[in-house]
Design a protein around this ligand. Sequence first.
Ligand code: 5GP
Ligand code: ZN
Length: 117
Amino acid sequence: MSADCLFCKIAAGEIPARRVYEDDDIIAFHDINPSAPVHFLIVPKMHIASMAQLEEKHAALMGRIMTLVPRLALEQGSQPYPEGGFRVIINTGAHGGQEVPHLHVHVLGGAHPWKHE
Ligand code: 5GP
Ligand code: ZN
């Protein structure tokens, strides 16, 4: 855990969030300011600042996060592929539009989520 990191505090239960999934290594919760009818974040509990810090040792963790995406997207109300589907975004660094410096995967679903930006 990194001191004063918002998502570390959510992962530790120190700040409340509307959780959609949790295991020993991963937590997923609704975005507080949703950009689409379905909008949640999947977050490794381990503090990794962004995708820019990923190393080979993180491959299994990131693989698990990515394979959670379709399951949680459907559970949260996105419609099945191909008529439905979802959008995945990982903002990285200032140029990538990242605001919270703890790696997180945005999952957006519902009709035309890209129109809600
Ligand atoms: P970023 O721009 O870093 O990719 O996205 C950060 C996201 O975190 C934003 O979509 C923002 O709405 C969300 N967020 C910021 N603070 C909180 C919070 O305290 N709780 C939750 N659930 N989401 C947050
Ligand atoms: Zn953190």
